[in-house]
Write a protein that binds this ligand. Structure first.
Ligand code: NAD
Ligand code: UGA
Length: 442
């Protein structure tokens, strides 16, 4: 089939590449000329395991192209996936300007039947706005009878596992009220749906809502565990044992119950805010979800609280090693990363930070800009030199079994504050390390 992906970011590029892998002919469109230049040079602009290989293979096979030419891209596809950003506006609502711009660029040039697929995370009712924007452009061109359908197909991939998640989805949600569009979507997704029928066809509004409900539920689990972790420390319980204890109940399950330094990333924070906002616009106060957000803001500062407890409020002259900058492992994405809040809080109190991340250093340098109080270093050991304590912020695999003797030898004092609960407190104690995790019993 002929497919166009509008927006070649995490979602658009993964969608385009994975659909090309199944034999479709895909054109990816982006307004960012730099991204298109990188993609046309044989590279990819993001760190995402397995993606480069799929992109290169499909470009070579002639099934995948990248362009900033909207007319060419729109004319190519029968199915047009819109995967542009929907960042939070100042009032928390999703800013739909890129979605509407994409819809207009479709309406301005389309010459035959198109299925426009909203893959971005968009509030309930957005498909109607997309439909209206296309209609306006067609009317302006004197083409009021040009047929098209707008479908909602929210994406559930996780960064760092995006290709795997796209190729083996738990579910494929299609919100559609047009029979021909539904048939085309079924055919497109058939190869991802072989062992078990994972497709759920529903009305457009329920599909749009499902995406927010899923992210809100996952964020709720995390904030809930983070709050219990705070209490566990006070009452002498160990949150890791509690996690296993409750996770064994199949009604609860083990996943997304890890206490940590708070959730970050481009989605949970913005989607929780947007759902709270949608509710407020409809006269409903979502009390649980508002608390989820507030708890997460507090949680991003929990490692700093532990620093202050150990070293005092005045951190002038102190230096801290930080392992991990990306908001989660296997990505270089720094959007809403807890590391940024921690860096701000430590440096605001006069400390300096030496930070290491296996892949996010370039992105961190871009986001942080030049500054004297933060040094980005290329090796984990280098960050430790002369530091008062080690802070672990992202659970990269290479941090899981470090040389603890070397850490002890290089730090000024053997203090490890672990925002991702990587180590066993008893082992740390036996090694003579002053170790504090999140909700762990020391
Ligand atoms: P992103 O910022 O990585 O990519 C968006 C791309 O769209 C950018 O490259 C931008 O230049 C391009 N763009 C903007 N306007 C355009 C236009 N008019 N025409 C063509 N290109 C345009 O964003 P992302 O992380 O891929 O997220 C996209 C959407 O998918 C968001 O709504 C997000 O909530 C949702 N989502 C993201 C993830 C994720 O893990 N990142 C997962 C599921 C859903
Ligand atoms: C999340 C969802 O998991 C995806 O299903 C969804 O498609 C995506 O948002 C989206 O809509 O963009 P992502 O943000 O890429 O994916 O990564 P997650 O693995 O969900 O992690 C998000 C944050 O939660 C990270 O900061 C992570 O450290 C934190 N987290 C996750 C915890 O603190 N504890 C956990 O148990 C799990």
């Amino acid at each position: 089939m002929k497919v166009t992906a509008i927006g070649a970011g995490y979602v658009g590029l993964v969608t385009g590449a994975c659909l090309a892998e199944m034999g479709n002919h895909v054109v990816c469109l982006d307004v960012d000329e730099d991204k298109i230049r990188i993609l046309n040079s044989g590279d990819i602009p993001i760190h995402e395991p397995g993606l480069l290989e799929i992109v290169q293979r499909n470009v070579k096979a002639g099934r995948l192209q990248f362009t900033s030419d909207a007319a060419h891209a729109v004319q190519h596809g029968t199915l047009l996936f819109v995967g542009v950003g929907t960042p939070p506006g100042s009032d928390g609502s999703a800013d739909l300007r890129h979605v509407v711009a994409a819809a207009r660029s479709i309406g301005r040039v389309m010459t035959d039947y198109k299925v426009v697929v909203d893959k971005s995370t968009v509030p309930v009712g957005t498909a109607d706005a997309v439909r209206a924007a296309i209609r306006e452009e067609l009317d302006a061109r004197g083409l009021p009878d040009m047929p098209y359908a707008v479908v909602s197909n929210p994406e559930f991939l996780k960064e760092g596992a995006a290709v795997e998640d796209f190729m083996k989805p738990d579910r494929i949600i299609i919100g559609a009220d047009d029979e021909q569009a539904t048939l085309l979507m079924r055919a497109l997704y058939a190869p991802f749906n072989r062992t078990q029928d994972r497709m759920q066809i529903m009305d457009v509004r329920s599909a749009e809502f499902t995406k927010y409900a899923a992210n809100a539920m996952l964020a709720t689990r995390i904030s809930f565990m983070n709050e219990l972790a705070l209490l566990a420390e006070k009452v002498g319980a160990d949150i890791e044992l509690v996690r296993r204890g409750i996770g064994s109940d199949p009604r609860i399950g083990y996943q997304f119950l890890y206490a940590g330094a708070g959730y970050g990333g481009s989605c949970f924070p913005k989607d929780v805010k947007a759902l709270v906002r949608t509710a407020a616009d409809n006269g409903i106060s979502l009390k649980v979800l508002s608390a989820v957000e507030a708890a997460n803001e507090r949680q991003k500062r929990v490692l700093v609280d532990k620093v202050v407890e150990r070293f005092g409020e005045d951190l002038r002259g102190r230096r801290f090693a930080m392992w991990g900058l990306a908001f989660k492992p296997d990505t270089d994405d720094m959007r809403e990363a807890p590391s940024l809040v921690i860096i701000d809080e430590l440096t605001r109190r006069g400390a300096t930070v030496a930070a290491y991340d296996p892949v996010a250093l370039a992105e961190a340098a871009r986001v942080l800009g030049p500054r004297d109080d933060v040094t980005l270093v290329k090796r984990a050991e280098v960050a430790l030199q002369g530091a008062d304590a080690l802070l672990i912020v992202t659970e990269w695999k290479e941090f899981r079994t470090p040389d603890f003797d070397a850490i002890k030898a290089v730090l000024k004092a053997p203090v490890v504050l672990d925002g991702r609960n990587l180590y066993e407190p008893k082992l740390m104690k036996a090694l003579g390390i002053d170790y504090r995790g999140i909700g762990r019993r020391c």
